[in-house]
Design a protein around this ligand. Structure first.
Ligand SMILES: *Cc1c(COP(=O)(O)O)cnc(C)c1O
Length: 415
């Protein structure tokens, strides 16, 4: 970043500080990851200069021959990766992708049924502060007190609500989602089945989580979570009519010019996802989350649903005298970044909560395996066992900084 250093020292210094933070701390927010330097290079490429409104070979601007090449490659790789027929790689984010699904398939006021935000769903699944809860008539299903979805119950709710669209997929759910069952529920009430796999897409493409295809009518994902690509979104389907609707919903309905540099980076990310190393990575992500959960249970902590099938664990403090917020702060002081989260049967406010969500994707990208996750899980338990011990937090922070030194993925020459 020598140009940046020379031209804008303020931003350069903040980039350096952030690199240091990402290196020294243990990133365990379940939705975060470290992307490849090659992905970052594509994101910083000359394609940021190009307007390419429209789609490959159907653009509103001249000079798009290479932008076409980039977008077509991203589409082809996405279809190969997910085993589907159509992909729109232009959504700027996961939320934009979801907005397009609704804009393309619903009318204002139509009924939408999604997972409750406080049970692990996403804001864009019909939550009231989101456009999805404001522009549409939204209804929710949740999890049982055991932390699992009950598909019979979801069917009952769907029958009572008669939604136009059923959204499945979650941001904080540690168990595999049964997309086949969701399709049966959707068929039983004549609804469109929409799977938002933002969190588990990286596991899906490795065959480490059930695929939403061929069950879902339409699928969205982010590209920056378990997929470890650049920040962005994507929409996929096997249905030609839906594909056309998605394309016009993204452009011209919701977005203007696509971020061709990010689409180039998405294509690079997909190349990584298509490689044999990817399967190994996804298997390791799950193995690391599993041992993390096992150690925490051994140390006396409650996991929502008792364990994990995927890349995250949800810890419940319903029976403890400290909150998710307290745990988040204590672990933060110890150099471990997590986030507070509501749990089934929640008794505290959404700003305080009784749980935390801990994920394995980012540290797995740094090369950590079971041995390191076992060590970290014990440190997490030490900190939580002594939640007010700031001296312990400081010493754990130093220990983890030493551990992190052996797992550096970026350095000054990377970018
Ligand atoms: C993260 C997430 C999104 C939104 O992604 P953004 O890129 O942050 O807009 C949508 N759905 C689910 C299930 C998510 O977890």
């Amino acid at each position: 970043m020598s140009f940046l250093k020379e031209f804008d020292k303020d931003i350069f210094d903040l980039c350096e500080k952030e690199l240091e933070r990402q290196t020294d701390h243990l990133e365990m927010i379940a939705s975060e990851n470290f992307t490849l330097p090659a992905v970052m290079e594509a994101m910083g490429s000359v394609f940021t200069n190009k307007y390419a409104e429209g789609y490959p070979a159907k653009r509103y601007y001249g000079g798009c021959e290479y932008a076409d090449g980039v977008e077509q490659l991203a589409i082809d790789r996405a279809c190969k990766l997910f085993g589907c027929n159509y992909a729109n790689v232009q959504p700027h984010s996961g939320s934009q992708a979801n907005a397009a699904v609704y804009a393309g398939l619903l009318k204002a006021g139509d009924k939408l049924l999604g997972m409750d935000l406080s049970h692990g769903g996403h804001l864009t699944h019909g939550s009231k502060p989101s456009f999805s809860g404001q522009n549409y008539s939204s209804f929710t299903y949740g999890v049982e007190l055991d932390g699992r979805m009950n598909y019979d119950k979801i069917l009952e709710i769907a029958k009572a609500v008669q939604p136009k669209i059923i959204v499945c997929g979650a941001s904080a759910y540690a168990r595999e989602i049964d997309f086949k069952k969701f399709r049966e529920i959707a068929d039983a009430v004549g609804a469109i089945m929409f799977a938002d796999i933002a969190h588990v897409a990286g596991l899906v493409v490795a065959g480490e989580h059930m695929s939403p295809f061929p069950h879902a009518h339409v699928v969205t994902t982010t590209t920056h979570k378990t997929l470890a690509g650049p920040r962005g979104g994507m929409i996929m389907t096997n249905d030609e009519e839906i594909a056309k609707k998605m394309n016009s919903a993204i452009f011209p309905a919701l977005q203007g010019g696509p971020l061709v540099h990010v689409i180039a980076a998405k294509a690079v990310g997909f190349k990584y996802n298509l490689s044999p190393e990817w399967k190994e990575y996804a298997v390791q992500v799950k193995a690391n989350a599993k041992i993390l959960g096992e150690v925490l249970v051994k140390r006396g902590y409650d996991l929502v649903s008792g364990g994990t099938d995927n890349h995250l664990v949800l810890l419940s403090f319903l029976n403890r005298d400290f909150s998710g917020k307290d745990a988040d702060i204590a672990l933060g002081n110890a150099g471990i970044t997590v986030n507070k989260n509501t749990v089934p049967g929640e008794t505290r406010s959404p700003f305080v909560t009784s749980g935390i969500r801990i994920g394995s994707p980012a540290l797995t990208s740094r090369g950590m395996k079971e041995k390191e996750f076992e060590f970290i899980a014990n440190k997490i338990a030490d900190v939580l066992d002594n939640i007010n011990d700031t001296e312990l937090q400081a010493s754990v922070k130093n220990e983890l900084k030493e551990l992190a030194k052996n797992f550096v993925i970026y350095n000054q020459s990377t970018y």
